[in-house]
Design a protein around this ligand. Structure first.
Ligand code: HEM
Length: 110
């Protein structure tokens, strides 16, 4: 079992992570490293690279990804946004998230 420890990122530091070898997406305040997923993405690598370094929540939802896709993305999750940079998600928390309130400061990574 892995210790529960969430790495926190700011939007500013993710902006430059928009390259093929370091491609990171923000989706629903979660941070995903899709560098190793580019070639496998059924929707193609172009769309992912276009969104890399940015908040891809809207384009991701526009496509109505399947629950399989949503389960798959957890594999690429590397952390979450810091509290200040999160968007207020609307009242309907997607049923597929199992997000629990984050206890910040619980885990300090250099
Ligand atoms: C980690 C993030 C993502 C994962 C794991 C993922 C996974 C998948 C999967 C498994 C499919 C096949 C259909 C399905 O099961 O829903 C798919 C399709 C697709 N994805 Fe993604 N996706 C991600 C992010 C995105 C983003 C950010 C965009 C848009 C900017 C995008 C655009 C598309 C498109 C356009 C298709 C449709 C392909 C088609 O049916 O022709 N995906 N994705």
């Amino acid at each position: 079992m892995e210790a529960s420890c969430t790495r926190l990122f700011t939007r500013a530091e993710l902006k430059t992570r928009n390259k093929r070898e370091d491609a990171v997406l923000i989706i629903h305040n979660g941070v995903y490293d899709v560098s190793k997923f580019l070639e496998e993405h059924p929707g193609g690598e172009e769309v992912l690279l276009e969104q890399a370094g940015k908040d891809a929540t809207e384009p991701f939802e526009d496509v109505s990804h399947s629950s399989d896709a949503r389960a798959l993305m957890q594999k690429y999750k590397i952390g979450e946004l810091v509290e200040e940079d999160r968007t207020q998600e609307k009242t309907t928390t997607p049923s597929w998230t199992e997000d629990k309130p984050q206890e910040q400061g619980k885990c300090v990574l250099a």
